[in-house]
Write a protein that binds this ligand. Structure first.
Ligand SMILES: [Zn+2]
Length: 268
């Protein structure tokens, strides 16, 4: 069988916030434990035939509301990679939390790839409970429901191949319908974990992130992601500042803004 065309994969950092270790790892509550910043990313995967934006981030107003440090609009970062948000046709939504879908109004031509379970979760009984609802914005979820009626949401029920060398995998855990993205690249198979592992240490030290729907599923998700790659270093955590240190900027002008992920990380 012919190998699929390799994808170039980029992470664009658009916001950051300081967190204590206890906010990032269940079971670590020592206030002396070093704080770990949380970075916010959107991702781009493209090859000669296909281009997908993975998640759309939040905007400046949301950053103010939630007291995050906004660095740049995710859309500006995409523009620096030659991608015009207004023309993007495919957006993969790993899950519907505010920091993953906040700018979808800036993608008027896009269709959104989403798991059945994620929409069910975000519009269902668990949202009556603040613990589960806290990272969702009701208005954004409602807007995504409008997109359903407009024919702009492509639902997936479990694992699916979107294009040769690009597949979506339902892992749940963090939210009921969280999906991760597997990509064929020049460096081999790569998985964008999104919030299946916020930090590399969540999965590497076996410490679940405290915003969680189902801890058992979250832990199974780590095993699932390991099955999807040949080398565990190609599992990219969703919010970890080390991503910016371990991977190179694709161009000196993008230093500190964009890194290219389809390469082996440094200093691992
Ligand atoms: Zn999340």
């Amino acid at each position: 069988m012919a190998e699929p065309e390799a994808f170039e994969v980029y992470a664009i950092r658009y916001a950051t916030v300081q967190r204590t270790a206890g906010e990032n790892f269940i079971g670590v509550s020592d206030p002396h434990e070093a704080a770990t910043d949380m970075d916010y990313y959107v991702w781009l995967a493209r090859n000669a035939d296909h281009s997908f934006v993975i998640d759309t981030g939040f905007n400046e107003a949301a950053a103010r509301r939630r007291k995050r440090t906004f660095l740049r609009s995710p859309v500006e970062g995409l523009a620096q990679l030659g991608i015009e948000a207004g023309k993007v046709e495919g957006v993969i939504v790993t899950h519907l939390h505010y920091d993953h879908i906040g700018n979808f109004d800036l993608f008027p031509k896009a269709r959104f790839h989403l798991q059945d379970l994620e929409m069910m979760y975000a519009t269902g009984r668990h949202m009556a409970n603040r613990f589960f609802a806290g990272a969702y914005e009701a208005d954004e979820v409602a807007e995504m429901v409008r997109n359903v009626y407009a024919g702009r949401v492509v639902f997936h029920d479990g694992d699916t191949e979107l294009a040769p060398g690009l597949s979506l995998h339902l892992v749940g855990g963090h939210t009921m319908g969280l999906q991760v993205v597997r990509l064929w690249t020049r460096a081999g198979w790569l998985v964008l974990a999104s919030d299946a592992s916020h930090y590399a240490d969540n999965m590497n030290k076996g410490l679940p992130f405290p915003i969680v729907h189902d801890v058992g599923e979250m832990i199974d998700g780590w095993r699932r992601m390991r099955e999807l790659v040949d080398d565990e270093r190609h599992i990219i955590p969703g919010h970890d500042p080390i991503v910016m240190e371990q991977y190179p900027a694709p161009d000196p002008s993008l230093e500190g803004i964009v890194v290219r992920l389809d390469t082996l990380p440094e200093n691992y």
